[in-house]
Design a protein around this ligand. Sequence first.
Ligand SMILES: [Zn+2]
Length: 98
Amino acid sequence: MALVNCEECGSQVSDRAAACPKCGCPIGSKAEPEEHEPVEIEQTGKNYKLGMLVGGAVFLGGILFLAKSDNPAVGIALTGIGAVAYIVAKLGAWWDNG
Ligand SMILES: [Zn+2]
């Protein structure tokens, strides 16, 4: 017989006990981490950040293209696409947070 620390309240409990006598937390069965939801939220946030990053990069690329190229249509298209992608990602992040 050995003593284990209760995962819930930290008190010493016999590993033969079915549950912690103090808080009732099951002993022996490792509490399965249910952290799917926070991970998913973080993933979504990262996707929006990526969208803002890519959108911003395309926008800056379009401005550079406008400044250096004699074909302004491509630069205008790039800045437009970049700005839209950035705004969509920003709105998405705002929508999820609000
Ligand atoms: Zn306990």
